[in-house]
Design a binder for this molecule. Structure first.
Ligand code: ADP
Length: 168
């Protein structure tokens, strides 16, 4: 059977347990999953693309996901997907609020390249309220983020916002 590759693109500023939930689900469906970190300067990310990539690698390292790779990209997503031989783009859907933007993106990507399907996956219920933005807000005010992100991400957020760094 032909190897099926999917791309899971995002800003991952930073990666949360919600993203990881989607990665684990998608890794079971595809032979190869590429977590693709978008530079996205327009979104003014808190972390550099290198930091975001490192945090993903550190977070996934203990999880035994041999078919998952992490890369960065700065080109048009659909061109990047084609260049990787991907047949699918995976996106996470949390609530109705995600739908409109995701729907527009998926249809636009299909218009640009009909051979790449966009697949939406729902995370475990406990992560449906979780976003990178909320994590950053809680971390900024010194709140407890340990159940929302992995230890390496929590450590970097504490460093970024100047809170005492707890042992991992
Ligand atoms: P983008 O800037 O591309 O939206 P994000 O890093 O915010 O990048 O999100 C990447 C993908 O992960 C999106 O499809 C988003 O809907 C999804 N996602 C984000 N947080 C969660 C979560 N808690 N559960 C499931 N999917 C999520």
């Amino acid at each position: 059977m032909e190897e099926k590759t999917a791309i899971y693109p995002g800003t991952f500023d930073p990666i949360t347990r919600g993203h990881i939930d989607i990665i684990q689900r998608a890794a079971k469906i595809f032979h190869r999953l590429i977590v693709a970190v978008a530079h996205n300067p327009g979104k003014h990310p808190l972390f550099s693309v290198e930091e975001r990539t490192e945090m993903i690698r550190e977070s996934l390292a203990p999880l035994d996901l041999p078919n998952v790779e992490v890369e960065t990209f700065s080109s048009l997503l659909i061109s990047y997907a084609k260049s990787k031989g991907a047949t699918a783009i995976v996106r996470g859907l949390r609530a109705v609020s995600d739908f409109e933007y995701e729907f527009q993106m998926a249809l636009m990507n299909r218009k640009l390249e009909d051979s790449v399907e966009t697949l939406f996956m729902m995370p475990s219920e406990q992560y449906t309220y979780l976003s990178s933005r909320i994590v950053k807000e809680i971390a900024y005010y010194g709140g407890d983020i340990d159940c929302l992100v992995t230890p390496p991400v929590a450590r970097r957020l504490r460093e970024k916002f100047g809170y005492p760094v707890h042992a991992d």
